[in-house]
Design a protein around this ligand. Structure first.
Ligand code: PMP
Length: 427
């Protein structure tokens, strides 16, 4: 495969430099777990376009729903009238998908907008300005969400001044990263939150705590056992709202509809995007109706918010994901991959520090021995062998996020290519 050696295509110089990319391949077509370039090369996609193509590329049920909707109506502006696809979608979400008690939905177009909408809602509902986020979190590239992001300075440097009212709580993963002895992570993290309220932002001026239940861009780090419950209690104790950013971890990625479901914790506001519509631009939030009911009509929305074709894609996506055995297959493929990667770790204990993460949201972190840029090097070696895999976080980590529909054979193939690529990088 050409992989990372592909030369820039004609016209590449006209695409702004701010959009970074891993390689110069030109994608043309996708089917299931596979993506094809304009040169006719075929790649196994363990990136799913950063956790988006959860049903694989061009799932026939979604293709059909989109084609039907495009032929009927493709722009039904939500500040003018209702459309049926959105009404159907809210019913599905409330009845089958989102945690109990979240019975009101706002739709926008991107994950960043949805996080912003959640903070706006929290501020409006509590009449308090400040928001607490976690170290290592990624929430988007707009001004507020960039200001809430601390997964890496590359998203922030040169773009200040940043939005005010954002306070960053330390995350145990970073605080104790290479230490063997550590306190209980969840207890420690909640203690740090208590300190933040005492030292930096008082409960009387703090509206919400925002957490990714599994850090995505921050390095594929699942919340420590008890942390979600700890944050839920902390918020209740101090009159704050709990916002879960499930843009990357939502819609089956972790083997349940949302990562918070594993802990049976209900946030006040749940933010989703990416997988919801299999890649058509749709994002949104789920909240308690008593919160959204107070917002002035017209203060949320947007020209493309809740686009009718994207909602049709979401309805089809949710129908496929609701099929019997869907989530258990995610668990089974996740277990298969973790087992293969764990075996690889045992074969290379000096090189692989940890394999972690629920369902098909798996992170593989290398040890300090490998040196800076090693994860990217392995990613490139995978690409050369026809496998797309993305690095993440500030430590050397690869994320393994195949489509949720990936087959056992494709998992076996992906793990085999990764092993070959890793060993080639070590030799
Ligand atoms: N939150 C999280 C957890 C994300 O992973 C992302 C995207 N990587 C965003 C928010 C922002 O979403 P978008 O890129 O659609 O604006």
């Amino acid at each position: 495969h050409q992989g990372a050696n592909a030369a820039p295509p004609l016209g590449a110089e006209r695409v702004g430099a701010g959009i970074g990319r891993m390689c110069n391949l030109v994608f043309e077509r996708g089917l299931g777990s596979w993506i094809f370039t304009s040169d006719g090369e075929k790649y196994l996609d363990f990136s799913t376009g950063i956790g988006v193509a959860n049903l694989g590329h061009c799932h026939p049920r979604v293709v059909e729903a989109v084609q039907q909707q495009v032929g009927k109506l493709w722009h039904a502006q939500v500040n003018i009238a209702h459309h049926k696809q959105m009404l159907d979608l809210t019913e599905k979400l409330e009845m089958k998908v989102t945690p109990k008690g979240l019975d009101s939905f706002l739709f926008v177009t991107t994950g960043s907008e949805a996080v912003e909408a959640a903070v706006k809602l929290a501020r409006h509902a509590t009449k308090k300005p400040n928001v607490i986020v976690f170290q290592g979190g990624y929430h988007g590239r707009t001004l507020l969400t960039m200001s809430m992001t601390s997964s890496g300075t590359k998203y922030r440097a040169g773009y200040g001044p940043h939005a005010a009212g954002v306070f960053v709580a330390p995350h145990p993963f970073f605080a104790f990263h290479s230490q063997t002895s550590r306190p209980d992570d969840a207890t420690w993290a909640v203690e740090q939150l208590e300190l933040l309220l005492q030292q930096q932002t008082a409960p009387s001026e703090t509206c919400a705590v925002v957490l990714e239940p599994v850090l995505g861009e921050g390095g594929y780090v699942p919340a420590a056992p008890g942390l979600l419950k700890g944050i839920r209690d902390f918020c209740d104790r101090h009159g704050l709202l709990f916002i879960a950013d499930e843009v990357q971890s939502g819609f089956g990625r972790t083997g349940s509809w949302f990562a918070v479901d594993h802990d049976d914790v209900s946030p006040d506001i749940l933010v989703f995007a990416k997988g919801v519509a299999s890649g058509l631009p749709l994002a949104g939030l789920a909240a308690r109706r008593e919160l959204t009911a107070l917002q002035p009509p017209g203060s949320q929305g947007g020209t493309y918010a809740g686009n009718v074709v994207a909602c049709a894609a979401a309805n089809a996506t949710l129908e496929v994901m609701s099929g019997s055995g869907f989530m258990s297959a995610v668990e089974a493929r996740g277990a298969q991959l973790r087992e293969a990667l764990e075996l690889l770790r045992q074969q290379h204990p000096e090189v692989i520090r940890e394999v972690r993460g629920p369902g098909l949201m798996i992170g593989l972190e290398f040890t300090d021995k490998v040196g800076k840029g090693f994860a990217q090097k392995v990613g490139k070696a995978c690409l050369q062998r026809g496998l797309i895999m993305l690095p993440t976080g500030i430590f050397e980590t690869l994320r393994i996020i195949p489509p949720l529909t990936v087959s056992a054979e494709e998992c076996e193939m992906g793990a085999k290519i990764l092993k070959e690529a890793l060993e080639a990088c070590l030799s």
